[in-house]
Design a protein around this ligand. Structure first.
Ligand SMILES: Nc1ncnc2c1ncn2[C@@H]1O[C@H](COP(=O)(O)OP(=O)(O)OP(=O)(O)O)[C@@H](O)[C@H]1O
Length: 585
């Protein structure tokens, strides 16, 4: 029996492809019954004026188009004449999105190695070898140990960042690679280098490279093996680039002027702002149908046929989690904002609290002084809020960004949601751990809270749990909203009602019955009860302040319920992420 080659060249074909979106003004046809082929060993560029349907076609081929009651996709999309779905897509293909979503605090090499760890079977050396190969192919040797960078860290250039995104996908050796406007934001020389690298990659390894592109320079235009030109969701040319496309159009009386950039010329005859162009559209379509469609049809019929490879996950969930933890630790601890500034902020805040509530009277000399009781209760409440805020804020800010990385990597089948969530959650807990400890060590003794070992450790544990609860609530809010700004602006609406129902501002016996149930949703209630009982269970104050608060739980029960609350909120965040995942992709 003939053994099949390890990696089969793959031709991507599409037939009768129609994508219709229901709008207020009726159905809008975005892709109008088109067929075509993108061949292995070639780079195919999809061009057209703005709104022509390039991205929709690319997304369709990647099985990333939204399909539901209002979004209908008809026709077939095939790889080597076999149907594939969004689930089987990562078995043979990769998609490089327009935005480079890479962690700022990792180096180029670390980013590519991360993908290699998940996608390549074999020893550490074999993975390293593959990473070296990709770095060499994409000419990233000089910047391989430079951080990606971003707002706060100086990092690699735009072109290097784009090539890192491509390397991240190439390392798994996909037979087909799709790229959405890979040259956008790059200068013409960097864009040229990038397309040239993709071309060499396609030619040398018989891979299929397909991308959309805006305004290619003449040099870039000359590199396209195959070109698809689109207007209004239809194809007006598909076939070889260079001389052939020029000959085809000049034969039909559309002559690209000598010395002008063919890319600019074809865009100029395709954009729908000009009435002459619009008048010519039927001619373009007619010419295409009469002169090229038959050929394309033949090419589709003669395209490669083979079964599609089924790639198994290289790592199981227990191997995935440690790698995710390792990367999240690097990301968190290299971030100057997350580490240095938060630690300094925490020390300053705890010292500030310590000075404001410095050595509070414990009631020994004046047991009936209600002001001293009030001060002590206010301090306890504020400490629990402060430690919660210290952990919720960074999560709300960073989770929407991390979510984008997760969606991209989960889409590429690097790992599953459970592994990601567990790994990231553990690292965020660990990264936050020093803060409640620091706060406690400074504020507890400066303010003169109850000096007894058991009480101190109970307080410390409650503060740590409150800090972890902040992480859970941060994930919850970060999952609910799409970006950090919305999450940040919505957070007060979610957190402030919880504060009001902590039992500190208003006595819990006094809540109106129709709204009183909200107190059970407040983490501050459980923390305040636990800490308040811990502080006043042994006290000189008369009467014992615990009685006036009408607490319903013992301090152990309150702490236990805070833990349960934290677990439930984390689980809700996990399920919300799985629900919203599809939408966000
Ligand atoms: N989900 C959708 N609902 C409504 N209209 C849509 C949807 N998706 C795409 N369109 C419309 O379909 C047309 C084609 O969109 P597409 O993004 O594919 O164009 P494009 O050629 O990539 O444009 P550009 O170069 O500007 O990105 C546009 O008019 C766009 O507004």
């Amino acid at each position: 029996m003939n053994k099949q080659p390890k990696y089969l060249p793959i031709d991507i074909t599409f037939k009768d492809l129609k994508y219709t979106v229901a709008t207020k003004n009726g159905d809008k046809v975005i892709l109008n019954n088109i067929e075509g082929i993108c061949k292995s060993g070639e780079i195919t560029a999809i061009l057209g004026s703005s709104g022509a349907g390039k991205t929709s076609l690319l997304n369709g081929l990647c099985q990333r188009l939204q399909v539901d009651q209002n979004h209908r996709l008809e026709g077939s999309i095939l790889a080597n004449q076999k149907k594939y779905t969004s689930k089987s897509f990562p078995n043979f293909a990769s998609y490089v999105m327009q935005d480079d979503i890479l962690p700022e605090t990792l180096t180029v090499r670390e980013c590519i190695s991360f993908a290699a760890d998940f996608k390549i079977k074999g020893s550490k050396e074999e993975k390293e070898k593959k990473v070296d190969e990709v770095i060499k192919t994409l000419k990233l040797e000089r910047c391989q140990n430079t951080l990606i960078g971003g707002n706060f860290i100086k990092g690699v250039s735009g072109g290097e960042r784009k090539r890192t995104s491509i390397g991240f996908e190439l390392v798994s050796n996909p037979q087909v690679i799709f790229l959405d406007e890979p040259t956008s934001g790059l200068d013409s020389f960097t864009a040229y280098i990038l397309i040239n690298e993709l071309r060499e990659y396609a030619h040398n390894t018989r891979k299929t490279v397909i991308f959309t592109i805006h305004q290619p320079s003449t040099d870039i235009w000359q590199m396209f093996d195959r070109i698809i030109l689109m207007i209004h969701g239809q194809i007006i040319y598909q076939g070889p680039g260079r001389e052939q496309i020029l000959n085809y159009f000049s034969k039909n009386s559309f002559v690209c002027p000598h010395n002008s950039n063919p890319g600019d010329y074809f865009l100029s005859i395709m954009h729908s702002e000009s009435s002459t162009n619009v008048q010519n559209f039927p001619t373009y379509l007619e010419n295409y149908q009469q002169q090229l469609q038959g050929l394309v049809h033949q090419e589709i019929e003669q395209s490669n046929v083979s079964d599609l490879e089924k790639r198994q996950q290289v790592l199981n969930i227990f191997q995935q989690i440690p790698l995710i933890i390792k990367r999240c630790l690097k990301i968190n601890f290299r971030n100057p904002i997350l580490v240095k500034s938060r630690t300094i902020q925490s020390i300053i805040m705890a010292t500030y609290i310590g000075l404001i509530w410095f050595q509070l009277p414990d009631g020994k000399n004046d047991p009936t002084n209600i002001v001293d009781v009030q001060n002590r209760a206010g301090l306890i409440y504020f400490l629990s809020v402060s430690v919660f805020m210290e952990s919720v804020n960074p999560c709300v800010l960073t989770f929407p960004v991390d979510k984008a990385t997760f969606l991209r990597e989960e889409n590429a089948k690097l790992y599953g949601q459970f592994a990601y969530f567990t790994g990231k959650f553990l690292v965020d807990i660990l990264s936050n751990l020093p803060l409640p400890i620091l706060d406690t060590l400074i504020a507890y003794f400066m303010t003169g809270l109850r000096l007894e070992t058991g009480a101190f450790f109970f307080y410390l544990i409650t503060m740590i749990i409150m800090s972890i609860t902040g992480v859970s609530v941060g994930y919850f809010v970060g999952t609910l909203f799409k970006d950090a700004n919305t999450s940040m602006s919505m957070m007060p609406m979610i957190v402030i009602p919880f504060m009001l129902f902590s039992g500190f501002y208003k006595n819990r016996s006094d809540y109106a019955s129709w709204i009183g149930w909200v107190e059970y949703l407040s983490p501050f209630k459980y923390a305040f009860q636990a800490l308040c009982i811990n502080e006043f269970e042994v006290t000189y104050f008369i009467p014992n302040p615990i009685k006036s608060y009408n607490f319903e739980f013992s301090k152990g029960e309150a702490l236990g319920l805070l833990i349960v609350y934290m677990i439930i909120v984390s689980m809700i965040a996990f399920f919300l992420l799985s629900i919203f995942k599809k939408k966000l992709q």
